[in-house]
Design a protein around this ligand. Structure first.
Ligand code: GDP
Ligand code: IMO
Ligand code: MG
Length: 456
């Protein structure tokens, strides 16, 4: 394995991004913990902004989800797609932490480490919580089976076993990373869970039972030792870092409207991506956090099933997909496109207590004559400004749009607010006003340096 930078090892150095002016610098106060959270249905560009903020952080902690996530970072033309490993990994000074709230497939984690190391990125500082739950092949099989059985009502999951792994956690038959290091406990727990799981697989889904010995061989024979150097008490690690006055970033996966409690249930993931999930999924209290950055696209996309009031089914939608390359990072599925929904975003501002918003993919709208923003919904002839909490009602809502003029200019080389055309600035000001939150950063291209910092 490659040595650490401090040991003079062959750690690849990426050209550092321009400095981001932090809330702390702007307001002259301490900023121990920052949360970066998706505000829509995922794939907003969280990874690229976590990478950007990492320059000023010491630690980046993933707090929920698993390898259903795909977070992209583009540096010097080279693209990194991360599923489990925190997006601060490209900076040698960062301690990347996989927190207790994450569900981990050790095979995927090891493959991701190998991928990064083969590309010169040192992963020695990576830390994994012993309390994180493990994903097993039977979780993936159950995910596939339940989707198949749901037929046309399927959720469109990533089939990574995320739902079944969290279900086992909640049912208290999950197996944690720490269990790998007590063989007797591991085998006992596995036997208990397989007794029921194999019965379900055989009797409900007509599948062959999962072989206990094969799992024991892979998990105790291979993964246990391979992941051992990374396993630690991450709650203590995070607190030590905070107590030392270091800055810690909590990286959300998925997004607000995929949240198990606050999303468009049942078309959600099985964890809590909202900012509140960062405390549970990493073991800190809410008083550490004083900055919550929401990441949203300048339009909207969604992968998988579920309601989507501003969805576009026409050529404009196809244009967004083509220009924005709206295909899943890992599953390669086409993302469903739509216009920016300010009703949803106002709700996301409340649910996450957002202090600011980072808007990505402004450049994707460069060629549009006009751009629509949903400012309210119409329901039975009435205008409603807030997102209804009843799912059946959401299905009946139709968007009320305001149409803004496009800018018809390439913004991808903009690095300062004054580089942006007036109509692009007006569009962003309109979004900020509609959503009731300052917009502090704009993405104008996928690369680390393709952003504009706005005064907030
Ligand atoms: P995440 O899951 O929220 O980290 O986002 P993904 O990586 O799944 O999807 C975002 C996609 O948009 C990736 O391909 C990024 O490289 C790309 N991207 C991020 N920001 C921008 C931007 O400002 N402009 C453009 N054109 N692409 C961007
Ligand atoms: P990042 O972190 C977009 C969606 C799936 C499906 C639903 C449930 O890259 O933004 P799951 O496999 O979690 O049980 O699937 O959630 N989904 C995502 N959509 N981005 C993601 O992650 C997603 N992770 C899950 O498409 O609709
Ligand atoms: Mg993604």
């Amino acid at each position: 394995m490659a040595q650490r930078l401090s040991e003079g090892g062959p750690v690849r150095r990426f050209r550092a991004a321009r400095a981001v002016q932090t809330t702390k610098e702007r307001e002259g106060r301490e900023m121990p913990a920052t949360i970066v959270v998706g505000t829509q249905w995922g794939d907003e560009g969280k990874g690229r902004f976590v990478d950007l903020f990492s320059k000023e952080m010491s630690m980046v902690v993933r707090y929920q989800g698993g390898h259903n996530a795909g977070h992209t970072i583009v540096v010097d033309g080279e693209s990194f797609a991360l599923q489990l490993i925190p997006s601060g990994i490209l900076y040698p000074h960062i301690t990347p932490v996989i927190g207790n709230g994450v569900v981990v497939d050790p095979k995927v984690m090891l493959a991701e480490i190998a991928m990064l190391e083969s590309r010169g990125v040192n992963c020695d500082k990576l830390r994994l919580s012993g309390n994180a739950h493990l994903i097993f092949p039977y979780h993936q099989l159950l995910d596939r089976m339940t989707e198949r059985w749901l037929g046309r009502n399927k959720l469109g999951t990533t089939k990574r076993g995320i739902g079944p792994a969290y279900a086992d956690k909640a049912a208290r038959v999950g197996i944690r990373v720490q269990d790998l290091y007590d063989e007797k406990i591991f085998v006992e727990k596995l036997r208990i869970v397989l007794r029921e799981t194999n019965a379900v697989l055989a009797k409900v889904y007509n599948q062959l039972p999962v072989d206990e010995d094969e799992i024991v061989e892979a998990y105790l024979g291979t993964y246990r030792d391979a992941i051992a150097p990374y396993v630690t008490d991450t709650v203590n690690l995070v607190h030590e870092s905070l107590e030392a006055g270091e800055h810690v970033l909590f990286e959300g996966a998925q997004a607000t409207f995929l949240d198990l409690d606050h999303g468009t249930y049942p078309y959600v993931t099985s964890s809590n991506p909202v900012a509140g999930g960062a405390t549970v999924g990493s073991g800190i209290g809410p008083r550490h956090v004083d900055r919550v950055v929401g990441v949203g696209k300048a339009y909207l996309t969604r992968v998988g099933s579920g309601p989507f009031p501003t969805e576009l089914f026409d050529d404009l939608g196809d244009r967004i997909v083509d220009i924005g390359h709206e295909y899943g990072v890992n599953t390669k599925r086409r993302r469903r496109p739509g216009w920016f929904d300010a009703v949803m975003m106002r709700h996301a501002v409340r649910l996450n207590s957002l202090s600011e918003l980072a808007i990505t993919k402004l450049d994707v709208l460069d060629s549009f004559d006009t751009i629509k923003v949903c400012v309210a919904y119409e329901l039975d002839g009435e205008r409603i400004e807030r997102m209804p909490d009843n799912q059946s009602v959401i299905h009946k809502c139709t968007p009320i749009y305001e149409e803004l003029p496009g800018w018809k200019t390439d913004v991808s080389a903009s690095t300062e607010p004054h580089h942006l055309p007036a109509n692009a600035r007006s569009y962003i000001e309109f979004l900020a006003e509609q959503c009731g939150v300052p917009i502090s950063l704009l993405g104008v291209g996928p690369s680390r340096d393709q952003y504009v910092q706005l005064a907030s």
